[in-house]
Design a protein around this ligand. Structure first.
Ligand code: PMT
Length: 223
């Protein structure tokens, strides 16, 4: 049984992919299974935190004792997170949120025609960036799914999104990133801090991330 280092903390975690509907039967999405976010929710609860899990559509049984908020699109995730974040001490954004959605969602199933089809995509709102702008005393953890220049992009995300920690995974490494039961991540914090967590189960990685968060809360004088 791990030490309850997060007792008394309220933690909001996002997990899974989002779905951006093209018509009633088709959508854009990504390969997130939700395993990383669900592992974080389960571990945070075991470490004593009061956990809310805002989740896109996944195939995992939710951990017991966690408050579950189910969403489908990036817009719904944005609303659910932004409307409730002020009540939390820590927010962890492990969801793989769509950056674009179809500019128009057709109400009837699209019919096929000869030739090519052009679909226009528009940007979704960036939840992490909005949290970074609006946060007061919340500790904000973002993820970065990268295929190259990991450290550079992670540090840019830390600064530009005003996060307190970025968990970077190289999604091209074997055993890391989308869908797998394992991950390999590097934690980046302000002031040049960097810590590598080698290949391990997503549950163990989740535990290490959460202990790191608990230490940061203590060291950096959060209430
Ligand atoms: O779900 P699994 O199969 O277990 O896979 C885990 C994972 C690879 C999905 C996870 O470890 C991970 O990296 N999640 C973040 C994926 C991602 O969208 O990365 P990004 O670099 O595109 O986004 C950076 C950060 O901004 C993320 O914290 C993301 O939640 C956030 N974001 C992105 C877009 C958006 N519109 N709003 C956001 O808040």
């Amino acid at each position: 049984q791990p030490k309850p280092v997060l007792t008394g903390k309220k933690i909001l975690i996002t997990a899974g992919p989002t779905r951006e509907m093209i018509d009633p039967v088709r959508f854009f999405s990504n390969r997130s299974s939700g395993k990383m976010g669900y592992a974080l929710a389960e571990m945070a609860s075991k470490l004593g935190a009061d956990v809310t899990l805002v989740t896109g559509p996944v195939d995992i049984i939710p951990p017991q004792g966690v408050d579950l908020v189910e969403v489908t699109s990036a817009e719904e995730m944005f609303e659910q997170v932004i409307n409730r974040f002020e009540k939390y001490d820590v927010i962890i954004k492990s969801a793989a949120v769509a950056d674009y959605r179809p500019s128009q969602t057709f109400t009837k199933k699209m019919k096929k025609h000869e030739g090519t089809l052009m679909l226009e995509l528009e940007r979704t709102q960036d939840i992490l960036r909005t949290l970074g702008k609006r946060k007061s005393n919340q500790y904000l953890v973002g993820f970065a799914a990268e295929t190259n220049n990991i450290e550079e992009y992670a540090r840019v995300k830390l600064e530009s999104k005003n996060a307190d920690m970025i968990v970077a995974n190289n999604v091209t490494s074997e055993g890391a990133g989308f869908g797998t039961d394992t991950n390999i991540v590097t934690l980046f914090k302000r002031g040049g801090y960097k810590r590598e967590l080698p290949l391990n189960s997503k549950k163990e990685i989740a535990k290490e991330i959460l202990i790191e968060v608990a230490n940061s809360l203590k060291e950096e004088g959060y209430k």
